[in-house]
Design a protein around this ligand. Structure first.
Ligand code: SAJ
Length: 430
């Protein structure tokens, strides 16, 4: 079996490597030459548990190659980004561009699968584009075309659902939703996923599969928004939100998620907008949840800034920049937004601890803030702002931070004495 994976990003590269491990001949196609070169040398350009070993193995065995040029294959998997514009309109330009590239080598019998998170209707647009570019092939769900009785190619939508940090495990263990343009398309795609997926593979229509993916991430966003809203109310009430959530979750039908400094990453902070954009009149809850989660970043900045201003001259440690715990991904990270804004306002008083960064990102340029390690931050900083729940921060015991002014946005230090917003001046011992 020959497989082409278009897009060698956070999803495409692990997917290509996992398929290559099944013995298929896989070509990864990417527009970025440096990514192609990195993969061909058996290395990876993204940090993901066990991915480096897997990629170096399949590249050494010759099952995975990368190129900027597409080649003919039996199955094409499209895993390119679908960003949104300023007005939250989804941009499926990369998907259509990938489909245009696939069209140049498509032949009868091929299967085209879209994995990118996409607005409802995108797979049908891909079908229409392929029909237009390749009038010699009969596409599914349309009449016309040159050959035979049934359609020449199969087109399906199968969203990825993997969690960064657990991608290689979840690619195999998670259930998959496979939506075909027609039931026959879904069955063709199903046969492909069966090669490497241990979870259940459930078939449906492409529109239902597209909406399912958006629904999953909107569900999570709405639930995190609930937790973030609670954390603000708890601050007003001078109650420890983490304790309230722990207690409420003892109820058999209550399961509240964790508040934080906002919601980051390229999925949960983006995908709900695809639903809102498609039907604004009927999505007030999903839209408000997005707004609540975005506003939590500004709230965290204001609360941290009030603490810093109330303690003139005291050095500040911002713990973490990643969008969530134990990963090196800073995309759409609320922690980065909070820390860089504090750096802009308080300059060289700000010390950033991020074990997954070698240098401070661009957002800190000219601020005077420095990157340091956790031990130096504990020694030097009287104010600590926890922005990411990395394991290394969780391991700091109370006796190393009891005399600090702390704003813990992640609730990793439940034993911390100063849980309510503290704005009175700090008296550091000694
Ligand atoms: N977060 C909280 N509180 C929580 C949980 C998460 O503040 O209780 C924050 C995180 O810190 C982070 C953001 O939300 O900033 C998103 O993190 P996440 O771990 O919830 O999700 P992602 O973005 O890493 O991956 C999500 C997953 N979707 C769901 O869990 C429904 C994953 O399965 C998807 O494959 C992925 O989006 C995607 O690619 O769409």
């Amino acid at each position: 079996l020959r497989v082409v994976v278009v897009g060698l990003g956070y999803i495409g590269l692990p997917t290509a490597a996992v398929i290559a491990r099944t013995g298929a001949q896989v070509l990864g196609v990417d527009v970025t030459q440096s990514i192609v070169d990195t993969v061909n040398s058996g290395k990876v350009h993204i940090e993901e548990v066990d991915l480096d070993g897997l990629v170096s193995g399949v590249v050494a065995r010759g099952s995975l190659r990368a190129s900027t040029q597409i080649e003919p294959a039996d199955v094409f998997v499209i895993a390119v980004p679908t960003p949104f514009a300023e007005d939250h309109a989804p941009n499926i330009g990369y998907v259509l561009q990938a489909a245009t590239t696939v069209a140049t080598v498509l032949k009868a019998g091929d299967v085209v699968i879209l994995e990118s998170t996409s607005p409802v209707g995108t797979t049908e647009k891909v079908r229409d584009l392929l029909a237009q570019l390749r009038p010699d092939l009969k596409v599914p769900g349309k009449t016309g075309g040159a050959t035979g009785e049934g359609p020449d190619i199969a087109i399906a939508y199968c969203p990825e659902r993997v969690l960064p940090g657990r991608i290689l495990v979840e690619l195999i263990d998670n259930d998959r939703v496979i939506g075909g343009i027609t039931p026959r398309c879904a069955r063709k795609a199903l046969a492909f996923y069966r090669r490497f997926v241990r979870g259940a593979c459930v078939t449906t229509t492409c529109r239902a599969a597209e909406m399912t993916k958006l629904t999953e991430n909107a569900f999570r966003d709405v639930n995190i928004a609930f937790a973030n809203e609670l954390s603000r109310v708890a601050d007003t009430m001078e109650v420890d939100v983490w304790e309230v959530i722990r207690l409420a979750n003892r109820h058999p039908r209550v399961n509240i998620l964790s508040p934080g400094p906002g919601v980051g990453g390229h999925c949960i902070a983006v995908d709900p907008w695809f639903l809102v954009h498609a039907d604004r009149a009927n999505t007030p809850l999903i839209r408000t949840a997005r707004e609540v989660n975005d506003a939590k970043v500004d709230y965290a900045i204001d609360r941290a800034a009030a603490m810093i201003e109330a303690n003139p001259g005291t050095p500040v440690a911002c713990l973490g920049l990643a969008f969530k715990a134990n990963i090196d991904d800073f995309r759409e990270s609320p922690a980065l937004k909070v820390a860089s804004e504090l750096a802009r306002r308080f300059g060289d008083r700000v010390h950033v601890v991020e074990p997954y960064a070698d240098t401070l990102p661009e957002a800190f340029d000219g601020s005077g803030a420095t990157l340091t390690d956790i031990d130096t931050a504990i020694e030097r900083c009287g104010i600590m702002i926890v922005l990411v729940d990395h394991d290394i921060f969780k391991s700091v015991p109370l006796d190393e931070r009891a005399d600090k002014v702390v704003y813990d946005t992640r609730g990793i230090w439940p034993d911390q004495p100063h849980l309510k917003p503290r704005t009175e001046p700090l008296r550091l011992a000694g």
